[in-house]
Every structure is written in structure tokens, then in C-alpha cells.
Design a protein. Sequence first.
Length: 483
Amino acid sequence: MAQNDMKNRVAAGLFWKLLENGGAQGVQFVIAIILARLLTPAEYGVVGIITIFITIANTFVQSGFSTALIQRRGADEIDFSSVCYFELAIAAVLYGLLYLAAPSIEAFYGIGGLFKVVRTLSLVLFPGAVISVQTAWVSRNMEFRGLFFSTLTASLVSGAVSIGMACEGFGVWAMVWQQISYYLALMAVLFVTVSWRPRLCFAVRRVKAMFAFGWKLLCASLLDTIFNNLYGLLIGKIYNEELLGSYNRGEQFPKLVASNLGAAIQAVLLPAFSAEQDSPERLRSMMRRAIRLSSFLVLPMLLGLFAVADTLVLALLGEKWMISVPFLRMMCISYCFWPIHITNLQAVNAVGRSDIFLTLEVVKKLLSVIALVIGMQFDVYIMVGLKAFQDFLCTFVNAAPNQRLLGYSILHQWMDVAPSLLLSVVMCVAVMVFGAWAPVASAWMKLALQMIFGVAVYVFLAWLCRMESFFYLWKMGKERLKR
């Protein structure tokens, strides 16, 4: 009975999380397309530079403690309230540092007026601190339905603000206020849709206990964030903001797919895995299911995106953004490895081994440094291509501990991924051939035909090969519809 209840909660949580990511990200995707036509790659590059610094600062504010709240046995309202106030204090310190560093950042990149953007956009740290605790409560209690409505509302509000400002000629500031309004709206609506509210209490002992677990995750997340954004920092400095804007726009499409499905799966996996942390056999079984399902969903989307990259950019963004096509394709390959990365790391977190998590991040960052140093000797395309290869090597690093902890080796993981990967590659080649021969003048029509053809090919191959994940999702979908 308990296992069935957990299965139902996981299925319901995944449904609402996918809906939340798909709805909110879908709205944000449409808004990004509209803004891309109103703004230039250089303007995107300016905000991209600042967003990197904000993302790193947000890692200090949000990482470690939110995971500790989800993983902690018997976490109560005192734990959540204490973490909330502590993260707000960290946000205040980091905002002060960014405020003081803003002129130096402007001087480093040589872009006039950049310090004003830094000081304004850094305000998102404060609502971000509260949101991280709210989403931790959502994940722990699987209240993803409220999160769906909150993110969708915040996306619509921020989209209206940014498009209105862009139409009025505010340029860079349209994207700045898009982010600020999104954070503020999300925090406000979450207070309405989620049952948690901060109480007037603070327990230093509770914070210290969670810090003992969370500081390793914070360091790991900080390493990951810095190195993931290091490419953007270097492209913006070594080359120019226009090329950085093209790289960011090329990365946006595959990241949208991977982060949507990956974040949904990650948000549901950690509490589900944590509930089974004392049963290696059940945890291993859940890991296998997660890798199979996530691969079945993520791989065809990313390789399909690889196949239609040129048509997609031309149809959605226009000729001025065609320089982003090579970046888009390379990042599709890079994000293909997310199902293995996420599942293994969440399993390590679930069993409380944050020390292993930190060790894995250190090893992976050493590989990143090697790939980056080699890539910088050539050009930006080789540098980004080596990043994709390094992400492949990191699947072996992330899987290594679970061979010992759970008896689930990287060989067995790749065997679980292989069927979906093979079908996705066949579909990708078929779509590229179809696109090369399709006698269609309109980029929009060609894109629509390629997407329909790709979905039809993949679904047919999955049905023909009797893919277990296909029929599992089909059955689960019918059950959800009946309810």
C-alpha cells in the first residue's frame, strides 16, 4: 500500500512538474522569440554577462540549504523559517558586494552603463532567497500543482512587462525588468498557492545542522555554476557581446528542453529517492526507471532539435541569428547526457552522501579546466565542442559512486539509455534527410513538417520496437486522463 501511494504521488508530482515547466517555459519561450526579434544579439549579450554574475550569487543564496530541507528527516516549519531568514541575510551581503563591484565589472568588459544594470538586476537575490525555500516545501510535500499556477502567472506577468518595454525602445532594460518582475510575481503568487508561510522564529542549531550537510552541496553547486558560466564570461571578454548573445541564444533551445524535463524529474526524484534511502534495491529500481523514462523523453527532443536547428533559427529568430546554429547543435549534444547526470546525482544526495557529491564536482571541474584550456588555443567553436565531449566523459564520473552504493554501474546505465539513443539517432538522420529534400519555400512550413515527421518516426519506431518506456507512459497517461 505504501509503495502504491508513493508511486501515485511521484506520478502526480511528475505530471504537475512537467506541466509547470512546460507551461511556464513555453510562455517564456514565446516571449524570448518576440524579444529576439525586437532586440539585437549585442543587447542580449550585455544582459547575458550580468546574468552570469547574478547566477553565481544566487548559488550562494539558494543552493545547499534547499536540498538539505528536502533530504532532512522530520524537517518542520522552524527549519524552513530559519533557512529562509538565513538565506535573506546572505542575499543582503551578496547584493552589497555586487553593488560595490559594479563599476569594476563595467571597466573589465568596457561596456558603458553596465554598472547600473548590475545594481538593478542584483535585486532578484532577495525574492530568490524566499522562492528557494518555497520550492523546497513544494518538493518535500509534492505540492507541484500550486507551483504550476505560480510559475505560469509569473511568466505571463514578466512577459507583458518585457515586451511592453521592448516595444517602447528600452532595449537592455526590457530584459532586466523581465527577470525582476518574474521573481517578484513568482514569490507573491507562491504565498497564495503554497501552504507554507515563514514564522517569526530562528533556530541557529537547526541551521548549523543543515549546514553540515548543505555546505558540500553549496560548494559543488558553486563549482558547477561557475564552470557552466565560465564559457559565457570568456566569450564575452575574449570575443564580444554579440558573439556571447549568439552563444546564449543557441544554448537556450536545448537548455529549455533539458531543464524543463530535467528539472521536473529532479524535483520529483529527490524526495522520492530520499523516501527509499534505506532500501538500496528499491532505490536502484527507481533509478533505472528514471533513467529509462528521462532518456526516452529527452533524447528525441534534443536530437530532433539538432536536426531542425537551421530551420528553427531562421523561422523563429530571423537571419541575423543564424550565427547561433552551430552553438545550438553542439549544446544539443552536451545536454543529451543530462538524464544520467541528474539521476545519479539525486541518488547520491538521497542517501545523504553530500561528501561524494562534492568530490564528483571537483573531479568534473578539473576535466572542464582541461577542456577549456585546450579549446582556448583554437576558436570559440572548438571550445564549445570540447565542452560537449567533456560532458560525455562526466557521465562516467557521476555514475562511479552508484556502482558501489547501489550496484548500478555506468555500463548498465548506458544499456538502459541505448534503446532510446538508437531510436533518436535514426529519427534525427531521417528528419535531416527529409528537411534537405522537402520542397517548401516557407521556413515555418518546413519546420512544422519536420517536427511532425520526426514525432511520427520516433513514435512509430518506439511502438515497433515495443519500447517499455513508451507503453509505460502511454498507460500512465490514460490513467491520468481517466481521473
